[in-house]
Write a protein that binds this ligand. Structure first.
Ligand SMILES: CC(C)(COP(=O)(O)OP(=O)(O)OC[C@H]1O[C@@H](n2cnc3c(N)ncnc32)[C@H](O)[C@@H]1OP(=O)(O)O)[C@@H](O)C(=O)NCCC(=O)NCCS
Length: 184
């Protein structure tokens, strides 16, 4: 079944929470996500409601979900940062940037192009807001994610650092400004 990618709606906070709780139980979660299942499961409903509300509208955060029929089969979020604000690692951002976080495709939908569809939607949204690139960090041992990102057009920037989950590398995807009108 083909996949449709769209932005999450605020009233879908329970589904967004449940997909996140599934993601952080993935066998790769230790090298994929900054928060553990225990940390995520302990959060109050108000946290998930606020997160979905913030990701549904506006130009700061967008969560995209990939739907196959009625099912959600994948997700990612884009966090747009202004200079001088802290990123998800607590580092102060020097120039404005758009970070991709929370990338997850359900196991039975992997290898089927869902990740491409999610990045297409993220790139389209971010490009329209005038950003020049999408950035992400990936654990050095998360070779499957790295291979998927490379295939989707991301390349290593050369920056490596040690974060809370261990050694990570930074990747960037240049957004083609000429394509800004696509899909309008
Ligand atoms: C990362 C993720 C979103 C990628 O989506 P996906 O549908 O699995 O990606 P694809 O199958 O299209 O691509 C994976 C690539 O890794 C390769 N691959 C698969 N298993 C691999 C392995 N064990 N070692 C190395 N490469 C592997 C595939 O061959 C493919 O590369 P190719 O296109 O060059 O052949 C998904 O695997 C996932 O949700 N993983 C768990 C959470 C996670 O790691 N998120 C990323 C956090 S940064």
């Amino acid at each position: 079944m083909s996949v449709v990618v769209r932005r999450v709606r605020a009233d879908e906070w329970r589904r967004a929470r449940d997909l996140r709780l599934e993601a952080v139980r993935d066998p790769a979660a230790r090298i994929a996500f900054l928060h553990s299942y225990e940390e995520e499961a302990a959060r109050e409903d108000a946290f998930w409601q606020s997160r979905a509300r913030g990701a549904a509208v506006g130009a700061e955060v967008a969560q995209f979900v990939a739907e196959s029929g009625e099912d959600w089969v994948g997700t990612l979020s884009v966090l747009r940062r202004e200079a001088g604000t802290p990123d998800h690692h607590g580092r102060i951002v020097e120039t404005p940037r758009a970070d991709v976080v929370g990338v997850y495709v359900r196991p039975d939908s992997r290898g089927e192009g869902t990740i491409e569809a999610l990045f297409d939607a993220a790139a389209q949204w971010t490009r329209r807001l005038g950003d020049g690139s999408l950035m992400l960090d990936v654990h050095v041992d998360n070779v499957r994610a790295q291979a998927a990102y490379r295939r989707c057009g991301f390349a290593e920037t050369g920056l490596r650092f040690t974060g809370s989950i261990g050694p990570e590398l930074e990747m960037a995807f240049a957004l083609d400004a000429d394509a800004a009108g696509e899909g309008k």
